[in-house]
Design a binder for this molecule. Structure first.
Ligand code: BMA
Length: 329
């Protein structure tokens, strides 16, 4: 099967999965039991969405965005045997941090987790006199070591690549403003040590339709023989506000600021009730993906309407072909 040569990564035989439903011809399809995490899964939660999931010791671990009933945005550890049913800690993560200026955790949201050189790096939108990219690592999802913020405010959607490229650590990011940013292009920054970031490059900006207001990277990019597969969100401004959909792009393996293909149509947009109705309507916001290299099966975790966590599936080879065949590049 061609997929076996496509993905550079681990085999995940127990990846959460459902075949494409009969009669569906979409490149990405939803899990039939969505949402997988309800808003009130733990006593303190107003909503649980935009969350990160990785494989961990043969099972799954996650860092979940939990907006508390105070409406403070916090990060919680979660564990799962099957990637679908989650046990979310009731207490938020308390980061171990020896940098006095960063010890006062104000809020954190939209986490991503990237397995890199034997550690799990957590990065999130972290308040430091405005939103920027917080960075921490863990090996056990119990103790989290907070590092320097990667970038200056205002920044969101920091997304690490899972290996060094050209001798540098690489992070996608999206310069923004202090509020509900009405603009936004994807850039990339490089670092020799995950502390000092520079050599910034422009990756891609807004385009037509569903991605006309702003774009931001989603899950950890997936390495394939055809390039880095980047799933991202794009935003359209309707007369009723922002609409968040997802698309896919292929980035050059060695110079990932070079976009080789990018979808003109979205691959999934808010159309189901749990995506259209909630604290923020019309949002499908991807933050994580698990890929089984052996079969090319892909499970995408996304937030629905800033309220719940949902799951969608795709086949990597099909998604790559779709991205190339429907590219605006
Ligand atoms: C963005 C972020 C996301 C959220 C989205 C829609 O700016 O805050 O967490 O899902 O807006 O509200």
């Amino acid at each position: 099967m061609a997929a076996q040569q496509t993905v550079v990564g681990e085999d995940v035989p127990n990846i959460p999965w459902q075949d494409r439903p009969e009669g569906c011809c979409d490149v990405a399809w939803r899990y039939s039991e969505n949402p997988i995490v309800p808003r009130d899964a733990i006593p303190c939660s107003n909503s649980i969405f935009n969350s990160a999931v990785v494989t961990f010791e043969g099972k799954f671990a996650g860092v979940f965005r939990v907006d508390h009933r105070t409406r403070r945005m916090m990060l919680h550890t979660a564990r799962s045997d099957d990637g679908i049913h989650w046990d979310i800690e009731h207490e938020p993560i308390r980061f171990a941090c020896d940098i006095p200026e960063l010890q006062d955790f104000v809020y954190g949201y939209d986490p991503r987790v990237c397995k890199l050189e034997g550690r799990y790096y957590v990065h999130w939108c972290n308040w430091y006199h405005g939103p920027t990219i917080g960075l921490a690592w863990t090996t056990d999802f119990e103790t989290y070591h907070q590092m320097e913020n990667a970038l200056l405010p205002f920044q969101r959607n920091g997304v690490l690549f899972p290996r060094k490229i050209g001798g540098r650590y690489v992070m996608l990011n999206r310069p923004s403003d202090n509020g509900h940013t009405p603009f936004g292009d994807i850039f990339l920054s490089q670092s020799p040590d995950l502390v000092h970031w520079g050599e910034h490059r422009y990756v891609m900006g807004r385009a037509g339709g569903w991605q006309s207001t702003k774009v931001g990277a989603g899950p950890t990019p997936i390495e394939t023989a055809e390039g880095w597969l980047m799933i991202y969100h794009g935003v359209l401004t309707s007369c009723n506000g922002f609409v968040y959909s997802m698309g896919a792009a292929l980035l050059d393996l060695e110079e990932p600021w070079k976009v080789m293909a990018r979808t003109a149509p979205y691959i999934l947009s808010p159309q189901r009730l749990y995506e259209c109705v909630g604290d923020v309507p019309n949002v499908a916001f991807p933050c994580a993906a698990i890929c089984d290299a052996a079969s090319g099966r892909l499970a995408i975790y996304y937030g629905g309407a800033d309220t719940v966590v949902a799951l969608a599936f795709a086949q990597v080879d099909e998604l790559i072909a779709f991205t190339k065949d429907n590219s605006i590049v």
